[in-house]
Design a protein. Structure first.
Length: 320
């Protein structure tokens, strides 16, 4: 009996030692901490690594924490809360659910946000607030109502970056005593009422049509200006060409008169020039039907005299 009692006692002792060792050993992973209380009071914070505590005297502080479950598309499915004994020091993203807010011009719209926060003081995160994620959620919803309430609808839709910055500053200042750093705030969806969206779509369509009409009118105007400039330049070039042609003809006639004066100093070159023009026009007048009646001008005697002058010029060999 004594031996059996000794064996039972020894087994219980070993079991107690194993339980004691199990309760006294703590392995904390990287980027996590554990808050230890001794007799209900804060004692220490276990950093990453292997630690030993005194069982039954030292206990981990369990805190209530809210989590959000998401599907593969990143949409929040549901939220749940549970007690945890390890505080994660990594940056975490918390999805603020969609809520209704009222703008400065009394337009109700739905808006939600995404908060990126990081715990910098685990002791404050445990003892200064109950359920830190939920507290951040409620604070964000309240701050969003205040910020959107100071803006009208157009500002709320077009000033998203400014709203993000202002909301981050408000949250970072309010959560500082909780040992939390708000790194970023992103508005995800800003949905005005259905009738406002329809009106905005019509306005955008009208604006696009107006811009298209302006661009088309400007294109037609530019095309008309270019066509007018091209026609003007063409007319200028034609006028210059005609002027140059007339100048060359006049110069040729003047040269011909000078040649006639040089060949026959005592003769009048004017009848000669008139005779040549008559001779150039006469074949054109005789073209066509044979029943044409040609009326010679009354200066025909002068023409005949000019022909006689030409004959004399060629006879003398003056004109070659």
């Amino acid at each position: 009996m004594l031996i059996e009692s000794f064996i039972i006692f020894f087994a219980l002792l070993i079991f107690f030692l194993l339980v004691f060792l199990y309760k006294a050993t703590f392995l904390v992973r990287q980027a996590e901490v554990v808050v230890i209380e001794r007799f209900g009071n804060f004692h220490t914070i276990l950093q990453p690594g292997l630690h030993f505590i005194i069982p039954f005297m030292d206990q981990t502080r369990k805190v209530l924490w809210t989590f959000s479950k998401e599907n593969l598309n990143g949409k929040t499915v549901f939220r749940f809360s549970e007690y945890v004994d390890r505080i994660d020091l990594r940056e975490a993203a918390y999805d603020i659910p969609k809520q209704g807010v009222i703008t400065k011009d009394n337009v109700t719209m739905e808006i939600n946000a995404l908060i990126f926060y990081q715990i910098t003081d685990p002791k404050a995160a445990v003892y200064e607030v109950v359920n830190l994620p939920q507290a951040i959620e409620k604070l964000t919803q309240t701050a969003l109502r205040d910020i959107i309430g100071m803006l009208d609808l157009d500002e709320s839709l077009s000033s998203r970056e400014r709203i993000n910055q202002k909301l981050r500053m408000v949250l970072d200042s309010a959560t500082d005593k909780w040992g939390v750093k708000i790194n970023r705030v992103e508005l995800q969806e800003v949905n005005p009422p259905q009738d406002i969206r329809i009106a905005m779509e019509k306005q955008m369509k009208a604006e696009r049509d107006r811009r298209a009409s302006i661009l088309e009118a400007e294109g037609q105007k530019s095309s008309a200006i270019l066509a007018a400039e091209g026609d003007y330049l063409s007319r200028v070039q034609r006028a210059k060409g005609e002027a140059e042609s007339r100048r060359l003809v006049a110069q040729a006639e003047a040269d011909a008169i000078e040649m006639l004066k040089a060949a026959a100093p005592n003769a009048d070159p004017l009848p000669y020039m008139i005779a040549l023009n008559y001779m150039k026009v006469l074949p054109e007048m005789l073209k066509g039907k044979d029943d044409k009646v040609i009326l010679m001008p009354y200066e025909s005697s002068a023409l005949m005299g000019s022909l006689s002058t030409i004959k004399e010029l060629f006879k003398n060999g003056s004109v070659k």
